[in-house]
Every structure is written in C-alpha cells, then in structure tokens.
Design a protein around this ligand. Structure first.
Ligand code: KG4
Ligand code: ZN
Length: 341
C-alpha cells in the first residue's frame, strides 16, 4: 500500500510517500521531501507561529506533489493519507490538516489524523524493518521529553516526562545565550567535545526517586547564572567548558532515568526518537548503557530524527491498520492528547 504522510506541526513542511506491507515485511521510503523554515525563524531566535503558518501555506501543495512525483505515483494510487493533527502550533497544524482533508476527499482516499509523538517513534520502524513492539521509547525533541512503554504499533503509555521545559528547549536556550543561531542544539552538541570535563558542575535534571520524570528549569537557570557571572566580572566566558558540563549533565540524567525505566519495566528494547535523538552524546551514552544491559538499542539516522513526513506516514499506516479513520471534521489540536483546544 502507498501511504502519504504530511507534517506541518512546527517549522518544517514535509511530505513523504511510503510503500508499506506489514505482512510481507515491506517498509520502504519512496520519497521524503522536507522544506525547513529555519532560515526564516533564525533572525527572531525562535519559531514565530504566524510566520510558520504562512510558510506552510506556501509550501504544502508543491512539497506534496513533489513527494508523489519522486515516488512515481499519482494521488489516486494512495491507500491512505496520514497527517500530523496534534500536538504542535495550532495554526501550523491546521495547514497540513486542511490540505490533507481536501486531498483525501477529492481523491476518495481514507484519512488518518496522526499524533506527532507517535510519528517520531514510528521513524524507527522505517530504519529497522525487524522492529516491533513491545519496547521502551524515549522521545526527545524541541517540545517533548518523555518515556513511553510502547505495547502495540499504535498504543503506548507514558511512564514519565518533563515537569517543565523540554530537553530541546533547554539545549537551544543555552546555545542561544552562548551566541549560536537558532536552533543551536546541534552546535552545542559539537562544541561540548572541545570543553574540559569537571571544570564546571550543574544540577541534574533527573528527578530523585522512582518517578521517571525530568525537570530542566534548574540546570537552565544554573547555566544562565554561570554565563552571567563571567560576563559581569569581565572574564571571557569558557563556552566550550559550559557546553561540555551542560551536555554531559543532561546526558547522564537521561541515562540514569532510562536505566531506571529498563529496570522497572524489564523491557529488552529501547527506541530513542525525536529531533534531539540526533545528539551524538546521547546516542553514544545510551548505546553503551544498552550494550551493558544486553538491551537492543534502536535510533533512526539523524535525517529521520527531526520532523519529516516519512515518520508521519509510518504512524498513519499503523493507525490505519488499527482501524482509525478521520472524517472531514478532523481538527487540529495543540494538546498532547489531541483534546480540543
Ligand atoms: O523533533 P524536532 O525536529 O521538532 C520538534 O518536534 O520539536 O526537534 C527539534 C529539536 C531542536 O530543539 C534542535 O535544537 C534539536 O532538536 N536538535 C538537537 C540536535 N539536533 C537537533 N539537540 C541536540 N543535539 C543535536 N545534535
Ligand atoms: Zn517533532
């Protein structure tokens, strides 16, 4: 079956066509076009929702037809259309949702509203054809930091999450204060290798106790205070040492909570997904943890970690197999659970 996925929840407009047949073991990406708006938002230091919506409107149609063309099929050949319906920026989501409704209706194709978080996890199915639930999933992105027990392709339970900022926000904020352009997560990741370990220390974002929760506000404030202290006393800010301590403390906290989650659940497989899953420190540290614990570790290639249509199409396909169908009354929602805004 050919599946079209459309993504417009934040600052990437993307469309992808997959060929999927779970019974025959076929999970193939035929096209995955991503139009990033990063350059547009960089001058403001973050995503401007109104500008994001307008840029999606301009791009969504041509990106979709390019995805179909590259896949060598027409809209009528599609078996299902999946579109990110929640969570995200409401105006941005509405662009993809309304475009998909029109496309599906005009061509008589079933439509499925996709949960963006499930879509990040579904990217791993495309990377690893043998991967199937159950497994533990860590979703780390600009908007989320959560640990899930994934019980079936389309079903998961949240075991823990952040109580305040998301991990991606925490990376981007400090990167910005250190002078890196938005979104600075990847630049901070690289700079951390140039710093000396043990020069600075920051409080751990892993909450104490059995709960699988995080809080990033403390480490963010501590890093900001440290940077301000150097600036106010006229000293040169040791950017690399700050990046090193910051990234290492966050990585250690994630490893701690994932170790705890693996122990508590007894799961034998871990999936890491979301934009921040491109972080090389996290990839290496969780890879080592899983190796030591004899747990299978799955993490998509960096291009499939950030927002993209292929992950949405994959999640849409499994939702379709589970019987989900959306009508022309499908609405977008900014909320994590898709509830009306
Ligand atoms: O999943 P995503 O593309 O969008 C959301 O759904 O939020 O994630 C974007 C986030 C940004 O915060 C970006 O800085 C971060 O992913 N990111 C990274 C790296 N690459 C992207 N954070 C840390 N290290 C990286 N290598
Ligand atoms: Zn995302």
């Amino acid at each position: 079956m050919f599946v079209l996925g459309i993504e417009s929840s934040c600052d990437e407009t993307s469309a992808s066509v997959l060929e999927m047949d779970e019974k025959a073991g076929v999970r193939r990406i035929l096209s995955n076009i991503v139009a990033s708006q990063i350059d547009v938002h960089a001058m403001y230091g973050g995503v401007v929702p109104e500008i994001a919506s307008r840029a999606h409107v301009e791009a969504v149609s041509s990106i979709t037809y390019r995805a179909l063309e590259e896949a060598g099929i027409g809209a009528k050949d599609l078996g299902v259309v999946g579109v990110t319906a929640y969570p995200g920026l409401i105006g941005a989501l509405l662009v993809g949702v309304n475009f998909s409704k029109a496309l599906a209706y005009a061509n008589g194709i079933p439509l499925v509203g996709v949960n963006h978080i499930k879509a990040h996890i579904a990217a791993a199915y495309l990377e690893y054809p043998e991967l199937r639930p159950p497994f533990l999933a860590l979703v780390v992105s600009g908007g989320h930091t959560s640990i899930y027990s994934v019980d079936r392709f389309n079903e998961m339970t949240e075991l823990g999450s952040t109580r305040d900022d998301a991990i991606g926000e925490a990376f981007d904020k400090i990167a910005r204060v250190l002078g890196m352009p938005y979104p600075g997560g990847a630049a901070l990741d690289r700079l951390a290798y140039e710093g000396k370990e043990g020069v600075l220390t920051f409080p751990s974002p892993a909450l104490a106790g059995d709960a699988l929760d995080f809080s990033f506000s403390g480490i963010k404030t501590a890093a900001l205070n440290t940077i301000n202290r150097f600036v106010q006393t006229g000293q040169e800010t040791p950017k690399a040492d700050i990046a090193c301590a910051y990234v290492k403390t966050i990585t250690d906290a994630v490893v701690k909570k994932i170790r705890q989650a693996l122990n508590q659940t007894g799961q034998k497989s871990l999936v890491m997904a979301g934009g921040v899953a491109a972080n090389t420190h996290l990839r290496e540290a969780l890879g080592t943890l899983c190796k030591n614990k004899k747990v299978n570790f799955y993490v998509p290639r960096p291009q499939l970690c950030g927002d993209n249509g292929a992950m949405v199409a994959a999640a849409g396909y499994y939702a379709y197999l589970a019987g989900e169908r959306a009508g022309t009354d499908l609405n977008a929602s900014a909320q994590d659970d898709g509830s009306p805004d």
